[in-house]
Write a protein that binds this ligand. Structure first.
Ligand SMILES: [Zn+2]
Length: 437
């Protein structure tokens, strides 16, 4: 594929709305509103420059990107703004918390080419991007989120057009995009053009004349996905989700755009470029996983940046990874994210949120120990359990697991008063237990 760094932006978008030769009339729809969103943005921010400008800028940075710049661990904090209209939590557009978590799980599988998941592939060109997405635990005001990664907002209306989302919803609800990847789940679709199931804001080049890095672009930065295509029906019972886009790949595709990836057909015919040499040229989007040959080779229908079904997708390529890394190392609002601390929780706050319940008390034989902590993200951590007699002598040692049913058997001990200590690293709590006869 030839590079064309001087393609004017208008031609770029015109090419994008050309006929889609491989799709039937029924299928020929814009699954993703990325191109339309870019057109809207470029109309509002002409100083952002042309698509050609961005490509020139990023190509330079990819070329001089040493292997060392491939960081060993990259974490991006995520906040999902769940936009609803009066529904109870867990119903309609006010999607359940578990549905959000299922989506974050899919992002982590796909961006890490995780073995034994849908995100794994054995392609030579296949890349492990190496990004971990974490649910943000800290809100912009420093408070701890009740539901890490989620911000629920009653948007005051049922359906949202792209124009309304861009001009009204996002500026009112976004969190600092240099600290959070903003994702909005909404109910979309009131006109043909807006009949997309997701879209994303492309990264900016830096150093553009007349452009404030964090200018108006910050208020719209992020990813928008219709709530019926957000999450994975393989990871829970989410009746909202609509097949065949119910495995979380709409978000993988849109986050790909947000990190600088283009559609693999370059939003044009065979001559259009996605600026990745290892994604074969294609003359348009594909909507299924069958073999499609165009522009002289088989289209990479498994690529997340095609329009195929969720079950078909499992590939980001090495060249796509190079673009993503260059964006994360250089692009305003993206490069700051890797040092954002909004997934961290101050230890004192985490300890304060630990709750331990011990019952029954008094007891003739055993006590149950229940430990919970809404801010604990380590999977099933264990606590030390120790029992002391009134003289301070330890008479029993065992462990208890957070979230599990833990029974401590006192049956062999003489009746009397005991002190039960439950501890872990920087946490400890004591209970007086009466062993009855
Ligand atoms: Zn797209």
């Amino acid at each position: 594929m030839g590079f064309n760094f001087h393609l004017p932006v208008s031609a770029f978008f015109l090419a994008a709305v050309s006929l889609l030769p491989k799709a039937t009339a029924q299928e020929a729809w814009e699954k993703c509103g990325f191109v339309a969103a870019e057109a809207l943005l470029s109309a509002n921010y002409p100083q952002e420059g042309t698509a050609g400008y961005f490509e020139e800028w990023i190509a330079e940075r990819i070329a001089r990107q040493p292997e060392l710049n491939y960081r060993s661990s990259m974490t991006i904090p995520v906040i999902v703004h769940v936009i609803y209209y009066g529904e109870k939590t867990g119903s309609g557009a006010n999607i359940p918390y578990e549905q959000v978590l299922s989506q974050i799980e899919v992002l982590n599988e796909d961006f890490n080419r995780m073995p034994n998941t849908n995100g794994y592939n054995t392609l030579d060109a296949g890349a492990d991007i190496g990004i971990t997405f974490c649910p943000a635990t800290i809100a912009p005001d420093g408070s701890i989120l009740d539901e890490p990664g989620v911000d629920r907002v009653d948007g005051g209306q049922l359906k949202w057009t792209m124009d309304q989302i861009q001009s009204a919803l996002k500026p009112k609800t976004y969190w600092d995009p240099a600290r959070y990847l903003n994702i909005w789940t909404v109910y979309m679709g009131t006109s043909r053009r807006d009949n997309v199931i997701g879209y994303a804001q492309f990264p900016s080049a830096s150093g553009l004349e007349g452009l404030n890095d964090n200018g108006g672009l910050a208020a719209t930065d992020g990813v928008v996905i219709d709530y019926r295509y957000f999450g994975s029906s393989e990871k829970g019972n989410f009746p909202n989700l609509v097949s065949p886009y119910d495995l979380g790949r709409v978000a993988t595709h849109e986050v790909g755009h947000w990190l600088g990836l283009r559609h693999i057909w370059g939003d044009g015919g065979c001559g259009a470029d996605d600026y990745c040499a290892d994604t074969p040229g294609a003359d348009g989007p594909n909507y299924d996983c069958a073999t499609h040959v165009s522009c002289g080779s088989r289209d990479m229908v498994e690529n997340y940046m095609d329009y195929t079904t969720d079950a078909c997708m499992n590939v980001f390529t090495q060249d796509q990874k190079a673009r993503i890394i260059a964006v994360l190392n250089n692009s305003p609002r993206r490069k700051e994210l890797l040092t954002s601390d909004v997934c961290d929780i101050p230890v004192t706050k985490r300890i304060a949120s630990t709750q331990v319940i011990v019952y029954p008390n008094p007891t003739p034989d055993a006590v149950q120990v229940e430990i919970s902590n809404p801010l604990e993200f380590e999977s099933a951590p264990t606590y030390d359990v120790a029992l002391y007699d009134p003289s301070g002598r330890q008479v029993l040692a065992t462990t208890a697991t957070l979230g599990a049913a833990n029974e401590v058997d006192l049956g062999a001990l003489p009746a009397g008063l005991y002190i039960l200590r439950i501890s872990r690293a920087d946490f400890s709590v004591h209970f007086k237990i009466i062993k009855a006869r």
